[in-house]
Write a protein that binds this ligand. Structure first.
Ligand code: AHR
Length: 540
């Protein structure tokens, strides 16, 4: 099965077919794909680079949900857990290595019941409020605006703040923006300074509501558009440093999965808009759940459930194409970006946990699914300008689990670290004879891959072997390049539900991998259920 990674010419398809035949003929017996089935061939065209893969595709999401913030990020200044101004240092150090481009906060559904004034000023005087969405627990408001920006700063990231468009008001939102961003000595500017921050904050991304079709008010698309325009108009960023490339991007609520009502309504409103309001993006939320409500046990996973999740994940490619086609109709110049600002694996809550805390085990399965999602976003880089995995710490598909003073990195964390070279790299078209992974009635591409040229000129390749039973042997050819080496890291483990724990923190971790140079081609042996990221070096 040939997967089309880009619009391609017939000549290119022919060249790939010839390459597959040559690769198969040249392959030493020991390098034949195990199982004796398809030859796997991959060819890159580095001369024909595509769009830049925005670093914002690798964004994160940190909601006031379960222990995502409290315990996971915020422990308080008095905590025996090492911290800087209340923010735990081990989590910060781990996240810094991911070069997290932006953090979306305070929700999610939480955002539409959040009132920013509850989270500023002396912490001892902040009110205790409720978090009805997520377990009905109390919210201490110890982590508010200043703590969020401090966290973002400590991990070297950018802020993505979601406004309360359901139970808030345009005035409340406008005042929050003024509080965060004005350099002037207004009442709100002075209040921010009195609370410890003289300079305006830098706010790069602004969400105009969250899931307004669901937990954010169950609004019709037309109703949402009428509400949203006021927020887009009055929630102004006054930071004088945020112009041009650094200007704040306003992200309207967009589609719920396949439903196109919001995409149509928001894009049409934008096309017909008057001068007084604008947006720079619309959002898309898509989770891999295995049905709703989620019922799969995240810690004990069979290959049937695994195959079903892979198939469901791959659907996002079609969804993005559907929404992008609507956007193309209204915005052929692609001024509006699509932001997949919630995505990831959402499975049944772990037994014995508060079901509202959305705690699940994070396994090799999740890293493979993350790779497939990121690859799809990169292929749609012309329209997809941002994405935020749900969520950052302890919730759904996190990077990190914390337990009191201890912390463990998930396979998804390692995957994100391996993909760092793709941030701001130029997409390089490739053609892959992907083979087939079959399970029951499902017939899926066995391999997936993306390639990109980093700013320093290095060529990077990421290849995923989805198949949980069969290793793959890959022949790689790079057009116009005589390759010297290809080496990097591979993430794999014995089972799709292999995971890390406090007792075995390195059960799933990346290990070195190198391809064998074979004339002008390279051969790479990929274990079953694995993701490899390699840097390709040319002969001088
Ligand atoms: O990520 C968990 C929840 O999923 C978010 O709060 C909400 O926006 C979505 O439904």
């Amino acid at each position: 099965m040939i997967m089309r990674m880009t619009r391609s010419a017939a000549g290119w398809a022919f060249a790939l077919a010839a390459f597959i035949a040559l690769a198969a003929a040249a392959a030493p017996a020991a390098a034949q794909p195990q199982g004796g089935d398809e030859a796997i061939a991959l060819a890159l065209r580095p001369g024909q680079e595509g769009p830049t893969i925005s670093r914002h595709l690798f964004g994160q999401f940190a909601e006031h949900l379960g222990t995502g913030i409290y315990g996971g990020v915020w422990v308080g200044e008095e905590s025996p857990i090492p911290n800087v101004r209340g923010i735990r240092s081990d989590v910060v150090a781990a996240l810094r290595a991911l070069r997290v481009p932006n953090v979306r906060w305070p929700g999610g559904c939480f955002a539409d019941e959040y009132h920013w004034r509850d989270g500023i000023g002396p912490r001892a005087q902040r009110p205790t409020t409720l978090n009805p969405n997520w377990g009905g627990v109390t919210e201490s408001n110890q982590f508010g605006t200043h703590e969020f920006f401090d966290f973002v700063d400590q991990i070297g990231s950018e802020a993505y703040v979601s406004l309360n468009l359901a139970t808030g008001s345009p005035r409340e939102a406008a005042e929050w923006l003024e509080y965060m961003t004005t350099p002037q000595p207004t009442r709100l500017g002075r209040e921010r300074a009195a609370n410890g921050r003289a300079d305006p904050y830098r706010l790069l991304l602004l969400g105009l509501g969250n899931e307004s079709w669901g937990c954010g008010g169950a609004m019709s698309a037309d109703h949402y558009v009428e509400e949203m325009k006021s927020y887009a108009r009055f929630a102004r960023n006054f930071n004088p440093d945020q112009t041009g490339e650094n200007a704040m991007r306003r992200i309207a609520v967009g589609p719920d999965g396949a439903s196109t009502a919001y995409t149509e309504a928001v894009m049409q409103a934008w096309r017909d808009k008057v001068w007084s309001w604008d947006i720079e993006g619309i959002s898309l939320h898509y989770y891999t759940t295995g049905g709703w409500p989620p019922s799969y046990d995240s810690a004990r996973f069979g290959t049937r459930e695994y195959a079903a999740l892979i198939a469901e994940t791959l659907n996002i490619d079609r969804l993005i194409s559907t929404h992008a086609a609507i956007m193309d109709r209204h915005d052929p110049e692609r001024r509006i970006g699509l932001y997949v600002d919630e995505w990831g694996v959402w499975l049944a809550p772990l037994p014995g946990t508060n079901p509202g805390f959305l705690q699940q085990q994070s396994t090799l399965r999740d890293a493979v699914i993350a790779a497939l999602n990121l690859n799809i976003f990169a292929r749609h880089a012309e329209r997809v300008r941002g994405a935020n995995i749900a969520q950052m710490v302890n919730v759904l598909q996190p990077m990190i689990f914390t337990d009191g003073p201890r912390m463990v990195l998930t396979p998804t964390y390692h995957l994100f670290r391996m993909y760092v070279p793709f941030q701001e790299a130029r997409f390089v078209p490739l053609q892959l004879a992907a083979g087939t992974y079959r399970h029951g009635d499902l017939s899926l591409p066995r391999l997936d891959a993306i390639a990109a040229r980093a700013a320093d000129g290095a060529l990077w390749l990421a290849v995923t072997n989805v198949d949980p039973e069969r290793p793959a042997s890959l022949s790689l050819n790079v057009e116009g390049m005589h390759l010297r080496s290809a080496a990097g890291e591979v993430l794999t483990a014995p089972r799709v539900d292999s995971h890390n724990s406090l007792d075995a923190p390195d059960a799933v971790r990346p290990r070195p991998i190198a391809a064998r140079v074979d004339g002008t081609a390279l051969r790479l042996d990929l274990p079953a259920t694995s993701v490899a990221v390699l840097r390709l070096e040319a002969e001088r």
